[in-house]
Write a protein that binds this ligand. Structure first.
Ligand code: PLP
Length: 385
């Protein structure tokens, strides 16, 4: 490289050129999976890794889970499935968004298992099986009340009345999806399970699955033959109003770029929305909404103020979240910690992904899947297969 060359391209190859650092602890990811697998035995514990492994990186997440013993994966899109296939040549890969129209050959090429959720999809898969003389595996998705994807009760009854309409497709799994799993007390969970059990009894026998992460905590009736957790693996709280039983996988740090004195009455940030009530010191951190730090965390956030941690002390966010930076009040933190170059914990053990989600009035799924692309991404431990 010569002096006039500039390194373009994102981290992690050049962590010293990145600003903030995203640390993904693959060991904790594996421990979270092992914990859910142990709790739901003898059900098979699959892993839902759609959305680029919930924003953490499809490939490292898939490799770590596979080396912990996971062999069944759920993605949303066939493209995600094709990428995953190149990483894990022998895994079972289910595609939750179903069979995209006219794409059967592409699923077959990559040995992807479409989760068929309508009679049209079943017909298309069955026609492709007939045309190529193969009994290709798939899952059947039964809707039991969420009214998104899935066969209706009438569809299932129609299939039951004309079993030959399944053709020679290989039904490897029958599944449904809970709409209120995050609330373990919701009556709808049991209603959906009962309806699922009623409808799947009408179809040829196949292993069954209804549990997402919160469903893993609803007992053996819900574990059935396979569970397919997502958010819990990545450390997000599966529940909306219970303590989080999972361990944090993601740690996000951003450096202090500058600390400045702000006199009483002076404002900070766009819109001058926060004014110092006393002689203050404000630290500017190198992370912003482009990095997935929600703009909704601008002062005063929902149920806030939002905060970060610097040197063991919480520092509240003041002013608005900008594209590339945030400002936090460090008046009460020693300048030994609150100084240029020191990393603040933006998300991790003390400021959880669930805290950030709450301040943004959203769910941890959205926070993780919106993590930006400019971080130096460090996966630890590095020696994982
Ligand atoms: C996303 C998804 C899951 C995983 O859900 P979590 O709540 O993240 O555990 C399981 N099943 C289906 C059908 C999904 O769409």
């Amino acid at each position: 490289m010569t002096d006039d060359q500039i390194i373009f391209g994102p981290p992690p190859d050049t962590p010293e050129l990145a600003c903030a650092t995203l640390n993904v602890d693959l060991k904790v990811l594996q421990d979270n999976w092992r914990r859910l697998a142990a709790d739901t035995k003898p059900a098979i514990c699959a892993a839902t890794i759609k959305g680029d492994g919930y924003g953490l990186g499809l490939e490292p997440v898939a490799r770590a889970l596979a080396s912990a013993g996971c062999s069944t994966f759920f993605v949303a899109l066939p493209h995600e499935g094709a990428v995953l296939r190149s990483v894990l040549p022998s895994a079972d890969i289910y595609v939750l968004n179903g069979l995209l129209a006219k794409s059967a050959p592409c699923y077959a090429d990559h040995q992807l298992l479409p989760v068929l959720g309508s009679l049209d999809e079943i017909n298309e898969w069955s026609d492709y099986c007939a045309a190529t003389g193969q009994r290709l595996a798939c899952a059947l998705h039964i809707d039991t009340g969420i009214n998104r994807l899935g066969l209706s009760a009438a569809d299932v009854e129609e299939l039951a009345a004309i079993p030959q309409s399944l053709g020679i497709i290989g039904v490897r799994l029958v599944m449904s999806h809970l709409s209120n799993g995050d609330d373990p007390g919701a009556e709808m969970n049991r209603e959906q399970l009962d309806e699922f059990n009623r409808l799947r009894a009408l179809l040829p026998q196949a292993p069954a699955s209804i549990a997402n992460s919160p469903g893993c905590f609803l007992g053996p009736d819900f574990a059935l033959d396979m569970v397919r957790p997502g958010i819990g693996l990545y450390g997000g709280n599966p529940f909306s109003s219970r303590p989080n039983p999972m361990s944090p996988v993601v740690r996000l740090y951003a450096p202090i770029l500058q600390v400045r004195d702000v006199a009483p009455g002076e404002a900070v940030g766009y819109g001058a929305s926060w004014q110092a009530g006393r002689q203050s010191r404000v630290a500017v951190l190198g992370v912003g909404y482009r990095d997935g730090y929600p703009r909704a965390l601008s002062y005063p956030a929902h149920d806030g103020p939002a905060h970060v941690m610097i040197g063991g002390h919480y520092a509240p966010v003041v002013g608005r979240v900008s594209m590339d930076m945030i400002t936090v009040d460090v008046t009460d933190i020693s300048p030994d910690f609150a100084r240029r170059g020191i990393n603040a914990e933006i998300m991790g053990d003390h400021v959880t992904v669930d805290d950030i989600a709450r301040w943004a009035n959203t769910i941890p799924y959205e926070i993780l899947t919106h993590l930006g692309s400019r971080y130096a991404r460090l996966y630890s431990p590095f020696d994982l297969e």
